[in-house]
Design a protein around this ligand. Structure first.
Ligand SMILES: *[C@@H]1O[C@H](CO)[C@@H](O)[C@H](O)[C@H]1NC(C)=O
Ligand SMILES: *[C@@H]1O[C@H](CO)[C@@H](O)[C@H](O)[C@H]1NC(C)=O
Ligand SMILES: *[C@@H]1O[C@H](CO)[C@@H](O)[C@H](O)[C@H]1NC(C)=O
Ligand SMILES: *[C@@H]1O[C@H](CO)[C@@H](O)[C@H](O)[C@H]1NC(C)=O
Ligand SMILES: [Zn+2]
Length: 504
């Protein structure tokens, strides 16, 4: 590790020195040049990153999340809540206070939010322990319990022909092959009064119906083992009575992305980065994604001390937790010309998990827009140069980079882990606790200021600074944009994720 660290350090020093030269030459010419800002350099920007500033911002964000208490009985920054409105005010006013370095804009877009107040499923005479109402499910009729025989749907329930007449019945459907929302719609169209989707893999199942449809019906998910007995009974021709009850709302609201772009720097060649401003309903979201969005705020604040050669564009997305709504919307309304100005997009979601691993999205040029792999290698070289271990994680659509790479824009990012379990091998490599989640408070009330590892957060914020500084200074050697088409790969399997919740 040491030799590579040394050589990187020398390169950084060499660059910093070179950047001073034009300043020395011109500084004698006029007063303005004496006061001109220094050209951005990675080391200099990284040196301005201090964990105290991040922690102070985290405390501020927590008190903003408490604005959600009136309506939700606990701190939250979910879209539509006062906690989220407070978050976007905080981001907006922080950037606005930096003067005229950035062009700041709001982008409003329509979103749907759901809230399940109460739910209960009974199969036969039992309440399956694993049963949960799926996200964005509608309520049962009149928000009252419904009763009917359970009916087993054929195959994966992805085709109308898999459904017999289900009038007044409760459909039991296997997970697999198509989105949960499709199954709920088809069951609804066949006349079912509720649906239960069971896992076709081992374990519990939770997920979202996705974009609401008038055909959706109240839908639960259950584990494979909870379903097994009833599948057998139905196959044996026995009748199983069931009841379902969900009190929930699904409503449309407007929410807002915030975009800040440097006034300086080549506007035809932008380095773009984003984090998400919203949390889930269940908690204040200080690690997810307070850590990423506050990192962006801190880097944007420190960047104003420098000149940039290329434009830098920061984004704080809303509605990530509902299925990447803000980033999807943003990319969907880009004209081809505007799309091509974005040289790459860097996603920063969950940078400070308490039981962290240094994770780098395994974004490659063979599967993703060319340039994604160069970005991946920038991250891994940084960790290696610091003598730190890192691990590759799938680049599978779970965060806001998804729309970018599907529209030809190279992407990548880093993370520190969500509900995955740290292995013994990873404990040896990163420390922490084997057998626990990387973030034991993922999507829960306890994702508060105590739920961040400051060592990981500071280090990763320096890496974010490094990524911004590197590309703000130069795209020399970085692949040019080739087009706005998806990727070279035509045969991509149906992604299980579009955002944090399972949808297939
Ligand atoms: C943008 O949103 C912020 C935060 O809610 C608000 O304070 C500001 O007035 C809005 N600006 C414009 C131009 O709409
Ligand atoms: C990274 O992705 C490439 C395909 O693009 C694959 O060949 C490689 O095995 C992956 N590496 C890891 C460690 O997952
Ligand atoms: C990196 O992982 C190795 C085990 O493969 C471990 O011995 C080493 O201490 C780790 N380095 C750091 C900085 O944690
Ligand atoms: C954060 O991680 C570092 C490095 O693994 C560890 O030494 C430290 O104790 C952790 N801090 C907290 C508050 O858990
Ligand atoms: Zn997140």
């Amino acid at each position: 590790m040491a030799p590579s660290y040394l050589s990187i350090a020398l390169i950084v020093l060499g660059e910093a020195f070179a950047s001073q030269l034009p300043l020395f030459e011109t500084s004698s010419l006029s007063q303005t040049h004496l006061t001109a800002k220094e050209l951005i350099s990675s080391k200099s920007l990284q040196d301005r990153i201090h964990v105290d500033n991040l922690l102070e911002r985290a405390n501020t964000l927590y008190s903003i999340a408490q604005l959600g208490e009136d309506e939700y009985n606990h701190p939250t920054r979910v879209i539509g809540s006062k906690g989220h409105l407070g978050t976007i005010d905080y981001i907006y006013s922080t950037i606005a206070q930096l003067g005229d370095y950035y062009t700041l804009s709001n982008q409003s877009f329509p979103a749907v939010v759901g809230n399940v107040f109460e739910s209960r499923l009974v199969l036969g005479s039992e309440v399956p322990q694993s049963a949960i109402a799926m996200s964005l499910t509608p309520p049962t009729k009149k928000k009252q319990p419904v009763f009917g025989p359970l009916a087993l749907v054929s195959n994966f329930g992805c085709d109308a022909s898999d459904y017999l007449d289900l009038t007044s019945k409760i459909a039991l459907i296997s997970r697999g092959d198509c989105p949960f929302g499709t199954k709920s719609s088809l069951a609804g169209r066949a006349g079912a009064i509720a649906a239960v989707i069971y896992n076709n893999e081992k374990g519990a199942l939770g997920g979202t119906l996705g974009t609401p449809s008038p055909d959706h019906i109240a839908t639960f998910s259950i584990s494979d083992s909870d379903a097994a007995l009833y599948i057998k009974k139905l196959k044996d021709g026995e009748e199983v009575q069931a009841s379902a009850y969900i009190d929930a709302i699904v409503e449309s609201i407007e929410t807002t992305n915030i975009i800040a772009q440097t006034k300086e720097g080549d506007p035809e060649n932008c380095v773009m980065l984003g984090g998400h401003s919203d949390s889930v309903t269940e908690g204040p979201g200080i690690n997810d994604d307070g850590s990423g969005s506050l990192t962006l705020l801190e880097v944007a604040t420190q960047l104003v001390n420098y000149r940039v050669n290329n434009c830098v564009r920061f984004a704080w997305w809303a509605g990530e937790e509902e299925g990447l709504l803000g980033s999807d919307y943003y990319v969907s309304v880009l004209s081809p010309e505007e799309n091509l100005k974005i040289r790459l997009f860097m996603d920063y979601d969950m940078l400070a998990s308490p039981n962290f691993a240094y994770q780098v999205y395994n974004a490659t040029n063979s599967l993703n827009p060319v340039g994604s792999e160069e970005l991946r290698d920038l991250y891994t070289e940084f960790y290696t140069s610091k003598g730190l271990n890192f691990t590759y994680i799938p680049f599978d659509g779970r965060s806001d980079y998804d729309a970018f790479i599907k529209h030809g824009i190279p992407g990548g990012g880093i993370a520190t882990g969500a509900e995955g379990v740290k292995t013994e091998k990873e404990r040896q490599v990163f420390g922490g606790v084997a057998g626990d989640w990387y973030d034991p408070c993922y999507h829960q009330l306890c994702d508060d200021v105590g739920n961040v590892n400051l060592t990981a957060w500071e280090l990763n914020t320096k890496l974010v600074a490094h990524s911004v500084a590197t590309y703000a200074r130069s795209f020399d050697g970085y692949p040019k944009r080739t087009g706005i088409e998806a990727t070279a790969v035509l045969d991509v399997p149906l992604s299980k994720y579009h955002g944090p919740k399972l949808q297939v």
